[in-house]
Design a protein around this ligand. Structure first.
Ligand SMILES: NC(=O)c1ccc[n+]([C@@H]2O[C@H](COP(=O)([O-])OP(=O)(O)OC[C@H]3O[C@@H](n4cnc5c(N)ncnc54)[C@H](OP(=O)(O)O)[C@@H]3O)[C@@H](O)[C@H]2O)c1
Length: 294
């Protein structure tokens, strides 16, 4: 059984979809609020706030202990870099303390995958594509908390997948993703400013979810840490152009801006460019190319 903690989130919704499409497994979908979420013969919803130790114990005793082979994807996080900077203790409680307790509580775990981020690497100098073995040099508190989380997950013998900037239409009820904002703006014929000089090995949520599930389904354990990212170095401006093409609207609506001139958009420091190497992902899954489906 897959246990998706944070199943109502952007990535969580795609993970649930991928498990249902690509495996025969059932899903235990976990969110803080499960009101109105429809259970069926393959998906059951259960509530759990990971910062509440009693909730986590109840989840373990009521569900995880009753099942022999739990494949856990742990997505619960306090992850907006600006919010992490503003509320560091609250963020630490969710991202580090609660994760530690969850790792040490969950029973019958056959797979545990933790989504980390390219933010653990910091800035790519001269177009360097970071390997999983490279030194970590995060430039903000979010990245540092992710480093701490990764260390706990791997020390427990579980798996980390490092994602780049992810984008796609939201499947999460009542939540709009940045993709949806771009699409709505462009469809309304309004201009959309996007960074043209800041690059990521970007991927869409659908592929990020599908590749994660493929790694989890390998008969042998996957490498402890894998960069799950695309082949191309893409700016948000590049992504905006692809969305404009997809929608059949004028590319002129997408306006390039510089990350250095974009003061006021972000509060927490960001790496200008962070690029990742996906050779290990390709080797592990026998892939030749990975491109975002945009
Ligand atoms: N999106 C990206 O580009 C990206 C890139 C790299 C890494 N990641 C990582 O991927 C993970 C998921 O991100 P996302 O983009 O899918 O964001 P998201 O939509 O905000 O998902 C995070 C989920 O965590 C849940 N959550 C937060 N605090 C919780 C708590 N105390 N107890 C239980 N659940 C809690 C939220 O549940 P509620 O529905 O209850 O609020 C939400 O559904 C995060 O760890 C993030 O760092 C994302």
């Amino acid at each position: 059984m897959y246990v998706v903690v944070g199943a109502r989130g952007f990535l969580g919704s795609y993970i649930v979809r991928s498990v249902l499409k690509d495996t025969t497994e059932d899903v235990l979908a976990i969110a803080r609020n499960v009101e109105g979420m429809p259970s069926d013969d393959r998906v059951r919803w259960a509530s759990c706030d990971v910062t509440d130790g009693d909730d986590v114990r109840r989840l373990n005793e009521g569900y995880l202990r009753q099942n022999e082979d739990n494949k856990i994807v742990y997505l619960a996080a306090y992850h907006h870099p600006d919010e992490v900077e503003k509320n560091p203790r609250l963020a630490w409680d969710t991202n580090v303390t609660s994760l530690s307790r969850f790792l040490n509580t969950a029973e019958n775990v056959v797979r545990f995958f933790y989504p980390s981020t390219d933010s653990v690497y910091g800035d790519s100098v001269d177009g360097h594509h970071f390997l999983e073995t490279d030194a970590l040099a995060p430039v903000n508190r979010y990245g540092r908390q992710k480093c701490a989380a990764e260390a706990m997950v791997t020390a427990y013998g579980y798996n980390v997948v490092r994602f780049p900037f992810l984008i796609a239409p939201s499947l999460a009820p009542g939540k709009k993703h940045f993709y949806d904002v771009i699409a709505a703006t462009l469809k309304a014929g309004e201009p959309m400013e996007m960074f043209a000089d800041s690059y990521r090995s970007a991927l869409d949520f659908g592929q990020a979810a599908e590749l994660t599930v493929r790694l989890m389904e390998l008969p042998e354990a996957a490498p402890a840490i894998v960069n799950v990212c695309g082949d191309e170095d893409l700016s948000k401006y590049d992504i905006g152009l692809r969305i404009a093409d997809k929608l059949g609207v004028s590319r002129e609506l997408v306006k390039p801006i510089s990350i250095n001139g974009g003061s006021g958009i972000f509060q927490a420091k960001r790496a200008a460019s962070t690029l990742m190497d996906n050779g290990l992902l390709k080797k592990t899954l026998g892939l030749t190319e990975v491109h975002p489906a945009l």
